[in-house]
Design a protein around this ligand. Structure first.
Ligand code: KIV
Length: 273
């Protein structure tokens, strides 16, 4: 059992993440969707908390991230913000809230910032969503990019397999990464791409890269909380390391409670008034 000691207790900002990259200090990011878990994750010393649209899968039980709405993302981000003191909180912009046109994209981002108080937004895609990213950035809203496997485009890709193995796709990813950096994104998620490509992008960019299934050459790592805590039991891709078996711990604890209720063991004399 190891606990992490936070060396720098100051609030994490986008600027601090840039300093971390410059110093070669790795960035830890994890998803959260509610107040209680966000509070625990923040207390553990997390640098960045992502209110991911993976909430659509792990909180709402959908097969993809597509159904989650802007209102639902705002609800999750607002709950997370109440539990967090130190970590930088980034909220995913959900499918359909930024792809149409840049004015709608800005309106969606403004709603996230005003109503949830999240501190930045994340957007999937490169050149095709650049205008939206630029308009959001021009309003002073920090944007984290997301390239490689972009789950909101699952219906275009058809699979969740590793992306950018082919040269043409790898070259497009490198171009997109540079475009996002030039536009002013403060960080970039690289999802499920070859480690060698992620390392190259991380070296060529001055903004931090945060990998998921993209190898150890990234400037930071992100995982989905339910996956790494063993709550999402059916999901075990190669890149995932499980740090706890909460799924079985919860089922066992609930089973013991049911047994105690049925046997009249709970409540006992000390547990009543
Ligand atoms: O929604 C999410 O959880 C994400 C991470 C996997 C990066 O986008």
């Amino acid at each position: 059992m190891s606990t992490y000691t936070v060396e720098d207790p100051r609030k994490v900002t986008t600027r601090r993440l840039a300093e971390m990259k410059a110093k070669g200090e790795k960035i830890a990011m994890l998803t959260a969707y509610d107040y209680s878990m966000a509070k625990l994750i923040d207390q553990a010393g997390m640098d960045v908390i992502l209110v991911g649209d993976s909430a659509s899968n792990v909180m709402a039980g959908n097969d993809t991230t597509l159904p989650i709405t802007l209102d639902q993302m705002i609800y999750h981000a607002k709950s997370v913000m109440k539990g967090v003191k130190r970590a930088l909180v980034v909220c995913d912009m959900p499918f359909g809230s930024y792809q149409g046109n840049s004015i709608e994209a800005l309106a969606s981002a403004v709603r996230i910032m005003k109503e949830s108080h999240a501190e930045a937004v994340k957007i999937e895609g490169g050149a095709e969503v650049l205008e939206s990213i630029q308009r959001i950035l021009s309003a002073g809203i920090p944007v984290m990019g997301h390239l490689g496997l972009t789950p909101q485009s699952i219906n275009k890709f058809g699979t969740y397999n590793v992306r950018a193995r082919e040269e043409a796709e790898a070259n497009k990813l490198i171009e997109d990464a540079k475009l996002l950096e030039q536009a002013g994104c403060f960080a970039l998620v690289l999802e499920k791409i070859p480690a060698e490509l992620a390392t190259r992008v991380s070296k060529e960019l001055s903004i931090p890269t945060i990998g998921i299934g993209a190898g150890g050459g990234c400037d930071g790592q992100v995982l989905v909380m339910h996956d790494m805590l063993g709550i999402n039991q059916g999901f075990s891709p190669r890149f995932l390391r499980r740090y706890a078996d909460l799924g079985n711990a919860i089922t066992d604890a609930v089973g013991s409670y049911i047994t105690d209720v049925k046997s009249s063991d709970f409540p006992n004399e000390k547990e009543q008034y």
